[in-house]
Design a protein around this ligand. Sequence first.
Ligand SMILES: Nc1ncnc2c1ncn2[C@@H]1O[C@H](COP(=O)(O)OP(=O)(O)OP(=O)(O)O)[C@@H](O)[C@H]1O
Ligand SMILES: [Mg+2]
Length: 349
Amino acid sequence: MEYSLQADHLSKVFNGQLPAVNDITLRVRPSEFFTLLGPSGGGKTTTLRLLAGFEKPTSGRIQIGDHIVADESHFIPPEKRKVGMVFQDYALFPHVDVAGNIAFGLRGRRKEQSKQVERLLALVGLSELAARMPHELSGGQQQRVALARALAPNPDILLLDEPFSNLDTGLRAQVRSEVRHILLETGTTAVFVTHDQEEALTLSDEIAIIFEGRLIQVATPHVLYNRPINTRVAKFVGDANFLPAEAHGMTADSRLGEVKLFHPKTGRVDLMIRPEALAVSFEEGGRPAVVRWREFHGHHQRLGLELADDTELIARTGVDQYVRRGDRVWVSLARPALAYDSESHKVLE
Ligand SMILES: Nc1ncnc2c1ncn2[C@@H]1O[C@H](COP(=O)(O)OP(=O)(O)OP(=O)(O)O)[C@@H](O)[C@H]1O
Ligand SMILES: [Mg+2]
């Protein structure tokens, strides 16, 4: 089976509104962690609800494994799709203990059920807490119970809708890497929804960018970060500097001097430069700049630089380099820049 999930030309229009989901085509491979990333109101939850079967598509087709679950002549209800779902608010049953919550979707004999519950409790590291009630658990523990409950019936696909957004920052990073490990261990195919670019980049095998119901780019985190298809995606997935320039093939003239390009281009372009692609030095080379501000992040620092012509740039460097506000430094480009067409804001025509 090449794909665990295929969606083709999927659209959803709610009464009298612009399409919430507009002609989306996706392919998810077995065991992949696939993320839908986009701003609020963009159609991520609606896409997930279409995949789960909580909404009927206005048009398009969904296939899970070898089964068509939705098209113009089929509609398989959620309970028959073999998908598990984890929501933002965990939605545990409050009057049932941890083991009971995990056993909720299980059928078959009692003995096998309790074996499966034990296995999942061990998987999510909660064997000691089987008899606790949901209100006696921390947020992170509740989220792990919700995950175990969704995994218990061995779903073909797990759908996760912003499952970490109710956790505070420290716990969030911990729980999400735990969840990632559990899914790797079980080889589960997952479709994950978030509007947090950092979360998407750290967890995903593949990321689909969705703006206003439309699929804009599908790529690995590495490609998405380094070769975003247009300037909006570039800004959405990380810090980006943009510099106007005049391109001549593999080089361009810019306020940082002549710089190398990643793709050949001619004419007016906007260079996209990630902060870590700028080299900052006290030794002469490149362009002079003044450090306007410095943000310390422990493992790196962000620097606000100002060139003589008032151009502002953000750089990210290691903290072994001691730089203070007001310092005079030299800045140059350490790797080829991505050039976007000034009119269309796209990389390649
Ligand atoms: N049941 C519904 N009836 C009418 N409109 C809806 C319904 N559900 C969602 N919408 C609309 O569809 C659009 C997409 O909503 P959706 O919840 O899919 O966005 P989202 O990307 O998940 O956003 P967020 O990041 O805020 O959760 C929004 O404009 C929303 O108002
Ligand atoms: Mg949503």
